[in-house]
Ligand binder design. Structure first.
Ligand SMILES: *Cc1c(COP(=O)(O)O)cnc(C)c1O
Length: 489
């Protein structure tokens, strides 16, 4: 399979890229992204044939249908990482919560958030491509909390790859910070930056675009890449669990094969939702994809009105911080797929010059045949956490946003697969507050009180963090980032 450019070609970038090229250089002409030229058509036969296979076989066969240029034994190595999940036979459990609502739990991997679903296998694939080419890579990552731990975990001790990961000091939860600063592999560097997430994100963008920085890396024979969520190497692994979750509903006799379902996705950068969209295009029987947001509701506005408007907006901190995003990068791939490269380029240009674009009526109608959207504020989220807990289901504040979309966006009584993107352990102070009203300054106190209230154990991987030695001690000013990374190399 080949990849084409969302904003057309500038005569300098390749018009057609292979999977490995699209992974190593995700940015195409005019600042666009590489998108699949076509998608495999899986069909009902494929679904039926996989009712009795496990996750690994399903994943192998979906990747096989994509015909990517990565050796089969590397793909096997990548997929073997799902064996590190809680239940290797079923890394993504799907749980009925009430009525038509089923939760697909994407957080059973090593860092307890859904980023592992894609980043775990992606680490093997990227390292494999680097080895095939006999090249050394520096992966830059900026994180508000979940991407950093998952990226470090996947790349640690992998050949031909080093990672420099920046996080905002004070901007992550204790658990997220400890997951990063206790990593001790020699190919990993974690850098606390005095500033907020935007500062670290901007530093990352500046470095990725800096000719001077690249020249200095070249002297050391190192190429630069990024593990952010526009990378198709992550997206491809995010089509699999949507198909798996559908098959789980069939296995549980909740639906018959070919019956339509809603997918209900807590969304930020739209990687998860895009994976659902591609699964739908590959033949998964999906009625609509429900896009759940928090108070940063730019996607709700966009899907309901066709207007994407960044003017007079700034990010509002919420209790679901992984969704505190205004520029949702993977939307571009939807625009491209629906409206083509000329229109996408025009809309993206308007967004950068006028901070706003709007779809015409027929474009909006088309978008709304696929997506519906609503947002859930922190108060509502807290209430959903409480109610679900009373019914026996413990969930995190990102997952809670799906409950609002489930209540308000469905116009047919179809079974709904909502996605749980983080374990309760990652956002414990918010959950403890919802359940008992307590206000905990530290995660460890909240973890203990939830464990007691729910009569469960704090998972060992989380508990151990609090006694592990801190190995990553760099905390620096914004303007020292480049020097800090170069001295690590
Ligand atoms: C990253 C993340 C999201 C948002 O996912 P996107 O693919 O960026 O839309 C939601 N919840 C959690 C917990 C996350 O870490």
């Amino acid at each position: 399979m080949k990849f084409i450019e969302t904003r057309g070609n500038d005569g300098q970038h390749p018009q057609l890229a292979s999977f490995s090229e699209a992974i190593l250089n995700p940015i195409s002409s005019f600042g666009g992204l590489y998108s699949p030229e076509s998608l495999p058509d899986l069909g009902l036969d494929f679904l039926e044939a996989h009712l009795t296979t496990d996750y690994r076989v399903l994943a192998r066969d979906i990747l096989g249908a994509f015909e990517i240029d990565v050796d089969a034994d590397f793909i096997e190595q990548a997929l073997a990482l799902y064996d590190l999940f809680d239940d290797p036979a079923n890394p993504v459990p799907v749980v009925k919560v009430h009525d038509d609502l089923y939760i697909s739990e994407l957080y059973h991997g090593p860092t307890r958030a859904f980023k592992d679903m894609a980043l775990q296998p992606f680490g093997v694939v990227l390292s494999a491509i680097a080895q095939q080419r006999n090249e050394q890579y520096l992966i830059l990552a900026a994180t508000s909390g979940d991407t950093g731990p998952a990226a470090l975990e996947t790349f640690k001790n992998r050949p031909n790859v080093r990672v420099a990961c920046m996080y905002p000091v004070g901007g992550t939860s204790d658990v997220q910070r400890l997951q990063m600063v206790t990593e001790d592999a020699s190919n990993l560097k974690v850098i606390g930056v005095k500033g907020d997430f935007d500062d670290t994100q901007n530093a990352l963008k500046t470095l990725l675009g800096s000719a001077g920085f690249k020249a200095k890396l070249k002297e050391k024979n190192i190429h630069l890449s990024a593990a952010n969520s526009v990378n198709f190497g992550r997206i491809i692994f995010q089509t699999i669990y949507h198909i798996h979750s559908y098959l789980e509903l069939v296995r549980q006799n909740a639906i018959s094969i070919s019956e339509k379902v809603y997918l209900d996705v807590p969304s930020g950068n739209f990687g998860n939702a895009l994976g659902g969209y591609y699964a739908m295009k590959m033949g998964l029987p999906v009625e609509k994809i429900l896009i759940a947001s928090n108070t940063n509701n730019i996607l709700t506005q966009f899907i309901n009105s066709g207007v994407y408007d960044l003017r007079d907006t700034s990010v509002i901190p919420t209790t679901s911080p992984a969704m505190d995003i205004l520029i949702s990068s993977n939307i571009e791939r939807i625009l491209f797929d629906l409206f083509g490269s000329a229109r996408t380029r025009e809309l993206m240009r308007q967004l950068s010059t006028e901070k706003k674009y709007h779809l015409n009526e027929s474009e909006l109608a088309r978008l709304q045949t696929i997506f519906a959207a609503d947002f859930c504020n922190d108060q509502e989220g807290k209430q959903y956490i409480k109610t679900a807990f009373a019914g026996g289901y413990l969930m995190d504040p990102h997952t809670a946003t799906c409950f609002k979309a489930y209540d308000s966006c469905r116009d047919r009584p179809l079974k709904t697969i909502a996605y749980s993107t983080a374990e309760w352990t990652k956002f414990s102070p918010v959950i403890a507050n919802a359940l008992t009203g307590e206000v905990d300054a530290h995660d460890i106190d909240a973890l203990k009180s939830i464990a007691e209230k729910a009569n469960i154990k704090i998972p060992p991987t989380i508990n151990e963090l609090f006694s592990k030695p801190i190995t990553q001690k760099s905390v620096i000013e914004k303007d020292q980032i480049e020097a800090e990374i170069l001295s690590f190399l």
